[in-house]
Design a protein around this ligand. Structure first.
Ligand code: HEM
Ligand SMILES: *[C@@H]1O[C@H](CO)[C@@H](O)[C@H](O)[C@H]1NC(C)=O
Ligand SMILES: *[C@@H]1O[C@H](CO)[C@@H](O)[C@H](O)[C@H]1NC(C)=O
Ligand SMILES: *[C@@H]1O[C@H](CO)[C@@H](O)[C@H](O)[C@H]1NC(C)=O
Length: 498
């Protein structure tokens, strides 16, 4: 950051900035544009000002609870001049994301995303670009065995390396974070780049560290302020500049992989996603309205790399933490593994049916881990009505998955890790109020892959190890703030079972 940056950072400490921003937001709010009739209810100015003073960036997603209690399941929140609507409860979420999906299919653009992604690629694009990139990616991933045998074997193969690497810790305390990230990332990397990376590969580990940093910088105060005053913050040093630098580095990595592919490309042989994309680009050659170009290739590949790495690995880190915190539950998983597959056989998706307890535990990890608490935001594409209210084009829509996953009317013990939530008479029970991958036409594109990864990685790790807390170290369930919520840094002991 440099000396000046450090100085500025300490002078303009986040809290000081926060007070300035509160004043700004408040006045922007008081002198806001006239709202159309019949908008969703919004909290009064005084109420909002009060909540902003209580706003704590460490757990901002938990703060709006009082507002929802007071104002209902569809409310609008003024935030730095943006219109945000927050939906709570399954009926409204389904109405928006499934029944009226064409009105809620876009992603909103924040200045941070604008600068990092330029509205291109798959995860943060909208309109024609999104439609074309999504359709092509889905087909291509299917051809590479998404949800089929080939990819399952790839996952099983990777568990071998992960188990080896964890064994090398000899049951001593260690932080599993980047081994798990690397193992999980290798699955999507083998699809996109056609290769996996050794856990000792310094360059790749550095990339994973940058990705992790980005996840946490995105929700930092500085980046929030960047979203409000981008022109000014463009000129200031600070964590937001680290975020942009990291994005740039990750983009360079992907661009380099693409260059390598181009050098030895054989159109007769499609090795991986990048090769398939080359072919698609050829097909659309000369058509300037088509989105199959160099830039979208980079951003779509980057989207897959990111979305395919952080989400599943964060969930697996929650899984090992919960198993360590609940040795009784871990013991039941061990018992089921010993009974159904033993030590020699590889865990596979087909075995899920005969392993209801383990299957339920994986679901409960996702419910409690709650890694995307407010889903990925959507944007209203045309003026529409929802739940009796008028929503303007351009409104940002958040759906509260936390509320869905912790509704006391649906879950027996919402705040406690309890696999029984997904069991009935010893059989696995599907739950409607459970949407960790979201729902509708723009839901998680990698859901099938993620499910296979979660089940096979988790079951193999539990087949091979008993996870215990280190002596004299207390583990907590606290999360670390970020655009994906993971557990705070922890160490565990992995004791080999045989
Ligand atoms: C436990 C693991 C995962 C969870 C909980 C998860 C969750 C989500 C959620 C909530 C969304 C937003 C959907 C919406 O807007 O309605 C999403 C989008 C997405 N996910 Fe996942 N995901 C996981 C794993 C993966 C994996 C392994 C991939 C790899 C292919 C992936 C690729 C994507 C992509 C590309 C999108 C953007 C889709 C679009 O905008 O059209 N995800 N995911
Ligand atoms: C989402 O729901 C949870 C659980 O009811 C609540 O604590 C939280 O404040 C809500 N978040 C938002 C942003 O409404
Ligand atoms: C690709 O296949 C065609 C037809 O089978 C053949 O003529 C051509 O030489 C092949 N190209 C390469 C690079 O192998
Ligand atoms: C060019 O691309 C656009 C968008 O993908 C498509 O709708 C159109 O049919 C293409 N035109 C030709 C001549 O292929």
């Amino acid at each position: 950051m440099g000396f000046l940056g450090t100085l500025l950072w300490s002078v303009l400490h986040a809290r000081t900035l926060l007070l300035g921003a509160i004043a700004f937001l408040f006045f922007a709010y008081v002198f806001r544009k006239q709202r159309p009739k019949n908008c969703p209810p919004k909290p009064s100015s005084l109420f909002m000002l009060g909540s902003f003073f209580r706003l704590d960036f460490e757990k901002s997603h938990l703060q709006v609870q009082q507002i929802v209690k007071k104002y209902g399941n569809i409310i609008s929140l003024p935030f730095g001049g943006m219109h945000i609507v927050l939906l709570t409860g399954l009926p409204l979420i389904k109405e928006a994301l499934v029944h009226q999906d064409q009105h809620f299919i876009s992603r909103p653009m924040t200045p941070i995303r604008e600068r990092s992604f330029k509205r291109k690629g798959l995860a943060f694009s909208s309109g024609q670009i999104w439609k074309e990139q999504r359709r092509f990616t889905l087909t291509t991933l299917r051809n590479f065995g998404l949800g089929k045998k080939g990819l399952e074997e790839r996952i099983q193969e990777e568990t071998y390396y992960l188990v080896q690497s964890i064994r090398e810790e000899n049951g001593q305390p260690f932080d599993p974070h980047f081994k798990i990230n690397n193992a999980v990332s290798n699955i999507i990397c083998s699809v996109t780049f056609g290769e996996r990376f050794e856990y000792q590969d310094e360059k790749f580990q550095e990339l994973l560290r940058m990705m992790d940093e980005v996840i946490h910088l995105e929700t930092s105060a500085w980046c929030q302020f960047y979203n409000i005053l981008p022109r000014i913050f463009d000129l200031l040093p600070g964590p937001h500049q680290t975020l942009f630098k990291n994005w740039e580095n990750m983009k360079l990595f992907v661009a380099e992989m693409i260059e390598n592919h181009r050098r030895d490309w054989n159109p007769n042989e499609t090795r991986d996603f990048i090769d398939a994309y080359f072919k698609e680009m050829e097909k659309h050659k000369g058509n300037i309205t088509s989105s199959f170009d160099e830039e979208n290739l980079i951003y779509t590949t980057l989207d897959l790399f990111l979305a395919g790495t952080e989400t599943t690995s964060t969930t697996l880190r929650w899984a090992l933490l919960y198993m360590t915190l609940h040795p009784d539950i871990q013991e039941k998983v061990h018992a089921e593994i010993d009974r159904v597959i033993g030590q020699v056989q590889h865990p596979s998706m087909a075995l899920r049916e005969s392993m209801p307890y383990t299957h339920a535990v994986v679901h409960e990890v996702q419910r409690m881990g709650n890694i995307v608490p407010l889903n990925v935001p959507r944007e209203v594409t045309a003026d529409t009505n929802l739940g009796g209210y008028y929503l303007q084009k351009g409104t940002m829509v958040l759906t509260n998955l936390t509320a869905l996953h912790s509704d006391p009317a649906q879950w027996a013990t919402p705040d406690t890790f309890n696999p029984e939530h997904f069991l009935e008479n010893g059989q696995f029970k599907k739950r409607e109020d459970f949407l960790p991958f979201s729902i509708g036409k723009r839901n998680c594109l990698g859901e099938q892959l993620a499910r296979a990864e979660l089940f096979i990685f988790f079951t193999t790790l539990l087949q091979k190890f008993t996870f215990r807390p280190p002596d004299n170290e207390k583990l907590t369930q606290k999360f670390r703030m970020g655009s994906i919520l993971g557990p705070v840094k922890y160490r565990i002991c992995a004791v080999p079972r045989v």
